[in-house]
Design a protein around this ligand. Structure first.
Ligand SMILES: *[C@@H]1O[C@H](CO)[C@@H](O)[C@H](O)[C@H]1NC(C)=O
Ligand SMILES: *[C@@H]1O[C@H](CO)[C@@H](O)[C@H](O)[C@H]1NC(C)=O
Ligand SMILES: *[C@@H]1O[C@H](CO)[C@@H](O)[C@H](O)[C@H]1NC(C)=O
Ligand SMILES: *[C@@H]1O[C@H](CO)[C@@H](O)[C@H](O)[C@H]1NC(C)=O
Ligand SMILES: *[C@@H]1O[C@H](CO)[C@@H](O)[C@H](O)[C@H]1NC(C)=O
Length: 376
């Protein structure tokens, strides 16, 4: 018992104390100050690749790991890149003002303790149209922004939102209010097949079809009157591998009926894979070669899976199709672009020549979006 108490005290101290600045140059532990600039936002899910990212392009890294290497802080700040923590809030506690304030304080303390630059909110729960939870969520974001902007000058609060408003996947959020309450919205322009209502259309198809992505942006800017300067277009650096139950001469791949939030068919029938994995499949296993679906602006190919012996169809974006999306962000004068997630590429020094080239090409494709140092 005594041991437990002591351990508890020690852990509490470690958790709340601000450790010494880990950087040789202590100015790197100050929150980053930058003028207005375009954003390139990377979601980091692994702690093993960060040394290989393209810091000449990035502006923000969203930390989705439990912890960070202190050296990442020093490197990122020396390259003018913000580090922000991904965070979630229990949707059931949105009406609980005490819980909201406690949570906000915890986020701000964490940012200060780690010398980082803000918070990215990734709540993706359903909120019905009739509920006042949407309003409470906006209030939570506003409360966080108000406190963190004072306590950590230069910090940023961003909110992840569905590819379109108002109720994709049952997420009836107050999109315009969230945009006002935060520094920007990260539009997750992927998983567009999360809810297929027509069972005749229960087939493999594009994760991020260009026409709908453009329509989703129009919804945010035209119907919800959100300034484009508050929007970052998030694109997938992952792919979907679908097992085909049947496969016709038009290469239509029908998939298992897997329901999601009230829809009888969804992309949950497929398996999400990293870009690098699908590129290896394309090179090693494809029976069709790389095909472009001109209707959706996406890449797909077929292969025979060795484990289950079925034909599979893989849908993905690659530098050619991503360039169209980055150009869309340019045309619409958006604040930025970003990806889920930056660790989908092969950064290993032992990677094959082809894999290394893929990694370079994916980063280079992003260069078509404004130079980050240009003012918005
Ligand atoms: C509201 O939040 C506080 C603090 O987290 C908690 O102690 C309390 O039980 C919550 N109230 C309800 C009704 O859940
Ligand atoms: C855009 O918003 C309108 C009005 O809320 C809605 O009817 C329409 O389905 C939305 N479009 C897309 C692409 O989500
Ligand atoms: C293939 O597509 C063509 C043109 O859209 C259509 O006429 C034909 O019926 C399709 N074949 C199958 C097997 O669905
Ligand atoms: C898409 O269009 C290109 C160029 O017009 C064409 O070569 C290609 O065959 C088309 N892709 C498919 C799957 O029809
Ligand atoms: C792809 O092909 C390789 C080499 O033939 C094989 O070892 C591997 O199992 C195949 N992958 C899948 C997912 O079928």
């Amino acid at each position: 018992m005594l041991n437990l108490v002591i351990i508890f005290i020690v852990v509490t101290c470690i958790n709340s104390a601000r450790s010494e600045c880990p950087c040789p140059d202590i100015s790197l532990c100050a929150p980053l100050q930058t003028g207005p600039r375009h954003e390139k936002v990377a979601f980091m899910v692994s702690d093993s690749n960060w040394r290989s990212y393209d810091y000449s392009q990035l502006t923000t890294i969203v930390i989705c790991t439990n912890d960070i290497d202190p050296q990442l802080l020093c490197l990122a700040h020396s390259r003018q890149v913000r580090l922000v923590w991904i965070a979630n809030y229990d949707v059931k506690q949105l009406s609980n003002a005490t819980a909201r304030t406690e949570w906000v304080n915890r986020q701000v303390d964490n940012v200060k303790r780690t010398y980082t630059d803000g918070v990215n909110l990734d709540m993706e729960d359903e909120i019905p149209y009739t509920s006042d939870a949407a309003h409470k969520y906006t209030e939570l974001v506003q409360e966080l922004s108000n406190l963190i902007h004072v306590q950590v000058p230069g910090s940023m609060v961003s909110v992840d939102v569905a590819w379109s408003a108002p109720c994709i996947d049952g997420r009836c959020y107050d999109y315009a209010g969230l945009a006002r309450a935060s520094d920007f919205l990260f539009v997750m322009a992927y998983d567009l097949r999360s809810q297929i209502y027509d069972l005749n259309d229960c087939v493999a198809s594009a994760n991020s079809p260009i026409v709908q992505v453009a329509a989703g942006l129009t919804n945010f800017t035209q119907i919800f009157q959100i300034p484009p300067s508050k929007l970052v277009l998030g694109v997938p650096w992952y792919c979907y591998d679908y097992k085909c139950l049947s496969f016709d001469s038009n290469m239509t791949c029908t998939i298992e009926h897997v329901p999601f939030r009230g829809a009888p068919c969804s992309d949950a029938a497929g398996v999400q894979r990293d870009y690098q994995y699908c590129r290896v499949l394309l090179r090693m296993n494809s029976t069709s070669g790389r095909l472009i679906d001109n209707r959706t602006g996406a890449v797909f190919f077929n292969y025979v899976n060795q484990q289950d012996t079925y034909v599979h169809q893989v849908w993905m974006d690659d530098p050619e199709t991503l360039t169209i999306k980055y150009n869309l962000a340019n045309d619409r004068r958006l604040l930025g672009i970003g990806m889920w997630n930056v660790d989908c590429l092969d950064y290993a020094s032992s990677a094959s020549k082809e894999a290394q080239q893929d990694t370079t090409d994916m980063w280079n494709a992003m260069k078509i979006f404004h130079s980050v140092h240009r003012k918005t």
